[in-house]
Write a protein that binds this ligand. Structure first.
Ligand code: NAP
Length: 491
């Protein structure tokens, strides 16, 4: 049985509690903010205090804007590369410390937190490499009857100021996916991380300062939304708002931001689609990893398992056995695969969507229970197509299984939600694969992989409610943080 392991404060090996409570500050361009207004960060698992953050206010937000716009030493490509490389080395040295902080404040299993430090390493590596490459193009103009003997050249210039707002679910990687590409092109950033996971975000900012990043290039602010996030989003001196988070907040930002670039990486409701010819063991593995890794809290987690009706029983039997391997409990225990979700409120929400689906005819065949913020990996079959759990994004370790009758039905079902982030298809049939690539209304189609598969430099992002189709990933994000200038010369 996939039972929850009870919270036990005393055996928490990785606790940051006791003398190790992190008492940290926001920073305005490298300057620590001293403030009586403190945020307490508690473990979602056992409620212990893991850190405090001295918060910022609107005066600090203004100071951060002014410091970034005033600027400082202009960084060469080699400077930017060296800072990113130094940061990468420091992160490797401190990866356990970072993993413990991620796990303590988010409740993610320590093994997931360690995995995340590896992804963050790659972001720094790729941003460093990309910062050295030239990004210009050359257009010869004498190529048509009306042409001239000239050449047009392009170069990319950094934006004056980026505001980056990040969610809780990958406390380190989401932050670096914004800051590292901005550093790679020389664009100053004001970071507003999630108040649910501020400790990791501030630690990586401190590490970047230590790696030699000039202070004007980065501030990190947390505080009341109406004093920090909202004024920053609206400020006309900010060139770009890069936001990752929920659809509701993303759409609010889109309307509040006014005349500036806005990057929105929003929620997902990704399917894994298992065709009748699929390698069943592979399908089961991908569906389980996609549903339960990171406590199911990935924008690209598998949120719907769509299975051809001919193989439903065989798939479900194997999937149930696999799902039982995902032990759920103390995030600090290296043997535990699934830690908590972000807080008890989120777990209660998940428990309720399961209950509502059951009232609509679904059947829970594994899990379904919650203790505090621990939500058991849950397998649900016979989920109706209109159940909230599958219409909206359920951000947790839920695995709803639904069936389809043929590829038309699979495509229609997959496309039936408001989201369009990613997808995974399990098939060995090339015709099927090509149809899914062409007909799914999503940002990514991964054949024989989970929807979340990517490398940190490849283009990533969704359409419909999942985003505006503007991609992130290190290379695309670097483009977002610059504008293209052209110049031409006689030749
Ligand atoms: P969220 O509630 O939207 O919060 C995200 C960030 O927005 C936080 O820093 C939050 O600050 C801030 N925020 C809240 N209200 C704001 C406002 N009025 N103006 C400006 N900023 C505001 O999202 P979450 O619950 O942290 O993250 C989970 C969501 O993120 C899921 O939907 C997931 O799918 C999505 N996500 C998408 C991607 C992607 O690449 N597409 C990746 C990861 C996650 P506070 O913490 O202070 O409230």
């Amino acid at each position: 049985m996939n039972t929850i392991h009870e919270p036990t404060v005393s055996i928490n090996r990785y606790a940051l509690g006791g003398n190790d409570i992190a008492a940290i500050h926001c920073y305005v361009a490298g300057k620590k903010i001293e403030s009586a207004n403190k945020l307490e960060v508690r473990s979602p698992y056992d409620g212990r205090l893991v850190g405090t953050v001295q918060l910022a206010n609107k005066v600090h937000a203004e100071e951060a804007i002014q410091a970034a716009l005033k600027g400082g030493k202009k960084l060469t490509r080699y400077d930017r590369y060296s800072i990113l490389e130094k940061a990468r080395h420091l992160l490797v040295e401190r990866k356990e410390e970072f993993a413990k902080t991620i796990s303590s404040e988010s409740g993610l299993a320590i093994r997931e937190a360690i995995y995340e430090t590896g992804r963050a390493h790659d972001v720094l590596l790729f941003a460093g490499i990309e910062s050295l490459k030239d990004d210009g193009q050359i257009f010869s103009c004498d190529i048509s009857p009306s042409g001239k003997a000239r050449k047009i050249f392009t170069l990319r210039e950094p934006l004056s100021l980026a505001v980056c707002i990040t969610p809780f679910n990958h406390p380190l990687n989401q932050v670096l996916h914004k800051i590292a590409p901005a550093i790679a092109v020389g664009t100053p950033v004001i970071l507003k991380p999630s108040e649910k996971t501020p400790l990791t975000a501030i630690k990586i900012v401190e590490l970047l300062y230590e790696a030699g990043l000039p202070h004007y290039m980065l501030s990190v602010l947390l505080g009341p939304t109406n004093e920090i996030a909202e004024p920053l989003v609206k400020d006309s001196r900010v060139d770009i708002v890069s936001f990752t988070g929920s659809v509701a907040v993303g759409k609010h930002i889109a309307s509040a931001a006014g005349y500036k670039k806005v990057i929105l990486e929003l929620g997902g409701n990704d399917p894994v689609i298992v065709m009748e010819d699929a390698d069943l063991d592979l399908a089961v593995y991908l569906a389980a990893e996609g549903s339960f890794r990171n406590s199911g809290q990935r924008c690209t987690a598998v949120k719907r398992i769509l299975v051809h009706e001919k193989i439903k029983d065989a798939f479900t039997e194997k999937f149930l056995a696999k799902a039982k391997e995902y032990s759920c409990g103390n995030p600090a225990d290296p043997e535990i695969k699934v830690g908590t979700v972000i807080d008890e409120g989120a777990a209660i929400y998940l428990e309720n969507v399961v209950k509502r689906a059951v009232e609509q005819g679904a059947k829970v065949i594994l899990g379904g229970n919650r203790k505090g913020a621990l939500m058991e990996p849950t397998v649900i079959v016979d989920v109706p197509r209109n159940a909230d759990m599958v219409v909206h994004e359920s951000f947790g370790p839920l695995a709803p299984i639904m069936t389809f009758k043929d590829i038309e039905d699979a495509i229609a079902l997959s496309n039936s939600t408001a989201y369009g982030l990613s997808s995974g298809i399990v098939t060995n049939n090339m015709e099927y694969a090509l149809r899914f690539v062409k007909e799914l209304k999503v940002g990514t189609v991964n054949i024989n992989e989970v929807p979340g598969y990517r490398i940190e430099s490849s283009p990533f992002g969704g359409i419909k409610d999942s985003g505006l189709g503007i991609k992130e990933g290190v290379i695309e994000a670097m483009k977002c943080f610059t504008f293209v200038k052209t110049f031409s010369m006689p030749w």
